[in-house]
Design a protein around this ligand. Sequence first.
Ligand code: PBE
Length: 268
Amino acid sequence: STQASIGAQVDHKIIGIDPGAGIMTATQKAIDDYGLSDWNLIEGSGAAMTATLDKAIKKEEPIIITGWTPHWMFAKYDLKYLEDPKKSYGDAEEIHTIARLGLQEDHPEAYQFLTNFEWTEEEMGEMMIAIQDGTSAEQAAADFVEAHPERVAEWTNGITPVDGETITLAFVAWDSEIASTNLVKYIMQEELGFTVKDLQVDAGPMWLGVAQGDADASLAAWLPLTHADYWNQYQDKIEDLGANMKGVKTGLVVPAYVDANSIEDLVD
Ligand code: PBE
């Protein structure tokens, strides 16, 4: 007997995240690019997606999710990206720090620190896994700073601490951005004298908030592809402070036991 197609096995569902996430737009594009018109992208959140993934893996059931790296799920489970020969999810993706216009003038020390801050997937992984294991985000940031004083010294080199200026960082509750935002908040508060408000919002309001100056900056801009729509809309009202991480990735992800290797394998 022939095995059911992967589509039939998962009811033609791709488990997505919050509707404003760039990976949702990219997945709609993949559905078009690969002729997957009978598939449905399910909206939810990052937390709901990982909960659904965990359940499926415990039962060894097939599942397809929208996934990204860095993410603790790759340390916890045996997962693989589906190959994307049509590059619906882009290529060399980076996470950028973006700032409101005028930040350099109003808060030069914050501007300098945010421009300096750049870390690696491995470093973020330390914090993400600690948070996933139950450490609070704030404690994970404190532990990271204690473990990596030389990195903190590089990022803060030459910056004179301020006296109680307030900075608002907008972020979306994706696990990667919870880690970066909490680390930057901790260093700006503990080492540089700022009061930092972390403002949790959806992706659209995050970009709009920085463009309108309601937020001073965000560590959560995925470019050039994932947030291309937001970038095209707001680039004139935002300053790009450059990458805070290079070599990141998004795509469709499955447990290693799923019998598919490429998005092309999803065609019935
Ligand atoms: N992500 C994680 C985001 C950016 C960070 C890949 C889920 C997105 O798709 O917009």
